[in-house]
Design a protein around this ligand. Structure first.
Ligand code: DHK
Length: 143
């Protein structure tokens, strides 16, 4: 069974401590545990990187080995054409996820390159958005 890739971009390694008024107090390790719990027997490849190159390499890995991608690209959402181009090569479902509601924030967070290729987009559910996205991905893969 091919894994679901859950990819996290820059600064999300600081989740739980980083701007808790926006991103909450749940840590990324707790988010990973919630995702694996919901995924059950379905394998999960969970990664975080502050490097654009590494994030693109993880998308390339998912192209060859993954069933679906759940991605919180963080700031690369609004800056990286390279990430968009990488995601365009992915044959399976892509869920773009943001912890905060980016559309209610400053204009710099309104135009997502990733939304141009994502199957689905979710924002503003907090850390709880991750297990919701996993359930949605499992349902999509089962369909
Ligand atoms: C996370 C970030 O790091 C920001 O750059 C985005 C996103 C929002 C989030 O809500 O998960 O704007």
């Amino acid at each position: 069974m091919k894994p679901i890739y859950i990819l996290n971009g820059p600064n999300l390694n600081r989740l739980g401590k980083r701007e808790p008024e926006i991103y909450g107090t749940t840590t990324l390790a707790e988010v990973e545990a919630m995702c694996r719990d919901v995924a059950g027997a379905h394998p999960v490849a969970f990664h975080q990187t502050n490097s654009e190159e590494r994030l693109i390499e993880l998308v390339h890995e998912a192209i060859d080995e993954g069933a679906g991608i759940i991605i919180n690209p963080a700031a690369f959402t609004f800056t990286s054409l390279a990430l968009l181009d990488a995601l365009k090569m992915f044959p399976g479902p892509i869920i773009e996820l943001h912890i905060s509601n980016i559309h209610r924030r400053e204009p710099i967070y309104h135009r997502s390159y990733v939304s141009m290729v994502a199957t689905s987009v979710m924002a503003g559910f907090g850390a709880a958005g991750y297990p919701i996205a996993v359930r949605a991905m499992l349902a999509r893969l089962a369909a």
